[in-house]
Write a protein that binds this ligand. Sequence first.
Ligand SMILES: NC(=O)C1=CN([C@@H]2O[C@H](COP(=O)(O)OP(=O)(O)OC[C@H]3O[C@@H](n4cnc5c(N)ncnc54)[C@H](OP(=O)(O)O)[C@@H]3O)[C@@H](O)[C@H]2O)C=CC1
Ligand SMILES: O=C(O)[C@@H]1CCC=N1
Length: 271
Amino acid sequence: MNSQQHISILGSGNIGLSLAKGLVKAGICKPQQISLTRRNIAALSQYAEQGYHVSDNNLRAVRKADIVVLAVLPQQLNKLLDEIKPSLKPDKQLLISVISGVSCADIRQHLDLNVQIIRAMPNTAIAIGHSMTCIATDNGTNKNINLARSLFDTVGVTIQINEELMTSATALCACGIAFFLRSIRAASQGGTEIGFHAHDALKMAAQTAKGAADLLLQLASHPEQEIDKVTSPSGCTIAGLNEMEHHGFSSAMIKGIRLSAEKAGDLYKKD
Ligand SMILES: NC(=O)C1=CN([C@@H]2O[C@H](COP(=O)(O)OP(=O)(O)OC[C@H]3O[C@@H](n4cnc5c(N)ncnc54)[C@H](OP(=O)(O)O)[C@@H]3O)[C@@H](O)[C@H]2O)C=CC1
Ligand SMILES: O=C(O)[C@@H]1CCC=N1
C-alpha cells in the first residue's frame, strides 16, 4: 500500500478492528488511511482519538476507498451490499471479504456487478502480527492477489488456497484460535489444581504452548516426533497423555473442528 491509498473496513467489530490494529502496528499504513464503520459509532470513539476515520456512513467510506474490507456477520451482509452498491467502483477498487461461508460468486451475484473480490480468512492474532490467513479468489487478478497477500503477509503468515476450502480454513485457523486458547486455559486450571496460583499457571501454560508450536514451526518436525522426546519410559508424560486420550482428547478436537467447518459453510442464509 502506498501512502495515498485508503482502506475502508465495513463492520469494525472483533476481526475488523484486529485487522486495522495489525496493519497500523506493522507500519503498512497510518490510522488516517483507514476508515472504520459500524452503526454504533460510539463504540469506536477511542479509534477516532487515534486518528482513524470513524463513521456510520458506509457509502462515504466506500467512495474514498481503494480497498473495501467486508467484515460484518454473514447475516448482515446482504443489507450492507444493497447499501454500498451505488458507491462501488468495480474497475478501481478491490473488495476483500473476511466473511465466513460467503463465496466470491455470492457477493458478485447479490451486487450484480463484476467486482474484483478476494476472500481472506485471518484470525484475531492478526492484531499482533501473528495471524494464519488463508486467501482465495475466483476472479482476482494477479495484481490484486499480490496486493492482498502483501497486506496479510505483514500481519502473519498467508497461504492461498482453493475457494472451496475456505470453510475448512475458517474452522482450523479462525475458530482454531479459540480451540487452542481453551486448551491453554484447561492446562492452567490443571496447573492451579496441582499448586500454582492462577496467574502463574496461565503464564506457564501459555509459554509452554508457544514453545510446543515453535518446535514444530522452527524445526519443521512432526508433533509425534517431539512428543517421543518428552515421554520417558514408564514416565509421567505418557501416563498423563494416555489418560487424556482415554478421555477423547484428540477425538474431541477433531470432532469440534469438523462441526465448526460444517457450521461455517452454513452461516450465510441467502434471501
Ligand atoms: N472474529 C473472528 O475471529 C473472525 C471473524 N470472521 C468473520 O468476520 C465477520 C465479523 O465477525 P466478528 O468481527 O467476530 O463480528 P462482530 O459482531 O464483532 O463484528 C461485526 C461488526 O459489524 C458491524 N455492522 C453490522 N452491520 C453493519 C452495517 N450495516 N454497517 C457497518 N457495520 C455494521 C457491527 O457493529 P454495529 O452493530 O454497531 O453496526 C459489528 O461491530 C464475520 O462474518 C465472521 O465470520 C472471520 C475470521 C475471524
Ligand atoms: O465464530 C464465527 O462464526 C467466526 C468465524 C470464524 C471465527 N469467528
